[in-house]
Design a protein around this ligand. Structure first.
Ligand code: NI
Ligand code: MN
Length: 224
């Protein structure tokens, strides 16, 4: 299995690229250090965890310019379709086999940002690279079930606190999720999300078997 590239744009927005294909999560581009705009993003699929502005972001614009399919809850998929985008509606607990691999939609304890909706997360097998993108969420005990349903190597977790898990809760999440690696996101974007990511790394690595991969905004790393 070839390596995938994990590119962290900013906030919760990351791109995973492999086999000349790319998926993007929660493309909020405002203030990204590289100054990327919607037109710079090339993706085949766009995952949207919920409708808050800092997640929905430029998703519809990106989808329209590159023809990407939006994968999200039924409520957000309906908005995407109305906006003229391709969308695949799923919902919590559902799985579907896409050409790149299997997707499971997971619960997330958070506001939906759209009327009648739910926030969610995703477990994605992208050509054999398996990751859990938690979305905005509180820590919840049923995270323990996720690796049993669909094992994954990487957990992409918010650690900013205030609106989601903070570092202490994210450490417990790592224990529940049994992932080999955690990639922290959704911190330091604003003063209320300020966290010491290296203190998080040191603590999670001393308390669990999980290794923290600190990816700076604008940086790309290789993942399995
Ligand atoms: Ni949110
Ligand atoms: Mn958020």
């Amino acid at each position: 299995m070839s390596t995938a590239k994990f590119h962290y744009i900013n906030h919760a927005c990351c791109v995973v690229a492999k086999n000349n294909a790319a998926i993007v999560f929660d493309p909020y581009l405002d203030g990204n250090p590289q100054g990327l705009t919607a037109k710079d993003i090339k993706a085949d699929y766009i995952f949207i965890s919920h409708g808050h502005f800092d997640h929905l972001g430029s998703a519809f614009e990106i989808a329209k310019h590159c023809g990407a399919t939006i994968i999200s809850t039924a409520e957000i998929a309906a908005l995407a379709t109305e906006a003229g985008c391709q969308a695949h509606a799923m919902h919590i607990g559902g799985t579907y086999k896409f050409p790149f691999g299997k997707v499971r939609v997971t619960p997330a304890f958070h506001g939906a940002g759209v009327p009648g909706g739910h926030a969610c997360g995703f477990v994605v097998d992208f050509y054999g690279t398996k990751l859990y993108f938690a979305g905005d969420t509180a820590l919840f005990g049923d995270m323990r079930l996720l690796p049993r349903l669909d094992p994954f190597d990487y957990a992409v977790l918010p650690i900013g606190g205030n609106s989601t898990m903070g570092p202490q809760d994210a450490i417990i999440a790592c224990e529940f999720l049994q992932a080999k690696y955690v990639i922290p996101i959704h911190y330091n974007t604003w003063p209320m999300l300020a966290q010491d990511v290296y203190a998080f790394k040191a603590e999670v690595e001393s308390k669990t078997n999980c290794k923290a991969l600190v990816v700076k905004q604008g940086e790309t790393i290789d993942i399995e």
